[in-house]
Design a protein around this ligand. Structure first.
Ligand SMILES: [Zn+2]
Length: 417
């Protein structure tokens, strides 16, 4: 057993603990308590070492002036797009950003080449260096699965399928073997229908059925990101219709839903309490109320939303709605870095009234729950994995939660193990 002492700990499932002692046994958390009330043996072994001493007692370590917290959960990213870093500039309109992305990416969607894989590995190193323990990774190529397993990065791989002109669910069947191969390698894999403007109702329904009958019945979908998406669903026209016609996949028999994005997918039974609804920048109160009723999780990626021209999300309304809020960075095609702490800083800046504790919970426990990892990760709780990070603190910090959502650089982060 190893005992760690730190100036602060944020267990997430309880308030911050000043002068905390964490006992770890064989990679799992055994206990967490204030030093004063730590189990006798731990306190004695730490006392022998004396805080800050160069020679701590065997089996104990004083981490010094740090705050220890569980590794962060990035609930939405696309590691396979990492090679696009810096290549798709910010846009004022979402469809303009998509046009640039698709133009650069066309024909490379399934590539697993060194040009793609090098940046994937770099991105995983970057995630780890900034304190991320698990991801919800969206992928067309399944390229990141192997590097994730190699690096010990936890998470769920969402195989993303799309096709506005898919007239049945055949794509689900023809790709099933690829997912089975990944599952056999030990990865958690599920499915993600891309978005309402790129995925037919038939495909949505087939994916829903496949996911519901699987071992990891979690589904992720991009929803309510841009005003152009709302326009298409409400009226059947606008820039999305033009783009779908240009690339030759528009369907004359497409039934205009004449409603909002949540209502649209709800109508077809796509959303449930194991669904990650990603973005929601354009959601109104009714959409948020319905998500709460359904028990879905909303994943917000504010820096990406701004980059792609969708605008910043209404973070305060998200939290006020009572819907569980998780956090993602989205891909390096629409954000500068994969440091989730930068995302938290943006959320705090957008909604200073939302308690820092709620924002930290989003980046840990809520994300872990959404990905089905809450029995292992997301809080410093006895029995969970001891995959913990220590963030270096300046000399005098009274409110560690506030500090953690004010921007943390990777250079401040170390892994406790
Ligand atoms: Zn995305």
């Amino acid at each position: 057993m190893i005992t760690f002492r730190a100036a602060w700990a944020c267990p997430i499932d309880q308030p911050p603990i000043r002068d905390a002692v964490i006992e770890v046994e064989r990679g799992f958390i055994r206990s967490i308590a204030p030093f004063d009330s730590a189990p006798g043996a731990s306190a004695r072994s730490l006392a022998q070492g004396r805080p800050g001493s160069q020679l701590p007692a065997p089996g104990s370590r004083d981490l010094g002036n740090v705050v220890v917290l569980p590794g962060l959960i990035n609930a939405h990213t696309h590691l396979e797009l990492s090679w696009l870093r810096g290549r798709v500039p910010p846009a004022n309109r979402f469809t303009d950003w998509v046009k640039t992305l698709v133009g650069i990416r066309r024909g490379t969607e399934q590539l697993i080449t060194p040009e793609v894989m090098g940046p994937v590995r770099d991105a995983i190193r970057e995630l780890r260096a900034s304190g991320t323990v698990a991801v919800g990774d969206i992928t067309n190529s399944l390229a990141a699965v192997e590097p994730m397993l190699e690096a010990g990065l936890h998470g769920v791989v969402f195989h993303e399928l799309l096709g506005f002109d898919e007239r049945d669910g055949a794509l689900v069947e023809t790709t099933r073997e690829r997912r089975a191969a990944v599952a056999a390698r030990g990865a958690r894999i599920s499915l993600a229908p891309h978005a309402p403007y790129s995925t037919s109702v038939e495909l949505f329904k087939a994916i829903r059925a496949e996911v519901s009958g699987s071992n990891h019945p979690i589904l992720s979908v991009h929803l309510g990101e841009s005003v152009e998406e709302l326009e298409l669903l409400q009226t059947g026209s606008g820039p999305w219709r033009g783009m779908l016609q240009t690339i030759g996949v528009w369907r004359e028999d497409w039934e205009i839903p004449a409603c909002g994005p949540v209502q649209f997918l709800d109508r077809h039974g796509v959303i449930d309490n194991r669904t990650l609804v990603v973005h929601g920048v354009q959601f109104d109160e009714a959409a948020l109320d319905r998500l709460r009723e359904l028990g879905a999780t909303l994943v917000t990626c504010p820096r990406s939303n701004r980059w792609v021209g969708a605008g910043y999300p209404p973070i305060d309304r998200f939290y006020a709605s009572g819907v569980p809020i998780a956090v993602g960075t989205d891909s390096l095609a629409s954000v500068d870095d994969l440091n989730l702490f930068s995302e938290l800083k943006t959320m705090h800046w957008l909604a200073p009234e939302v308690p820092a504790r709620k924002i930290l919970e989003s980046a840990t426990l809520v994300g872990a729950r959404a990905l089905g990892l809450e029995s292992e990760l997301g809080s410093i709780t006895a029995g969970k994995r001891a995959e913990l990070i220590a963030v270096q603190l300046p000399a005098a910090v009274e409110d560690v939660e506030e500090y953690l959502v004010s921007g943390i650089a990777p250079s401040q982060v170390t892994w406790v193990h």
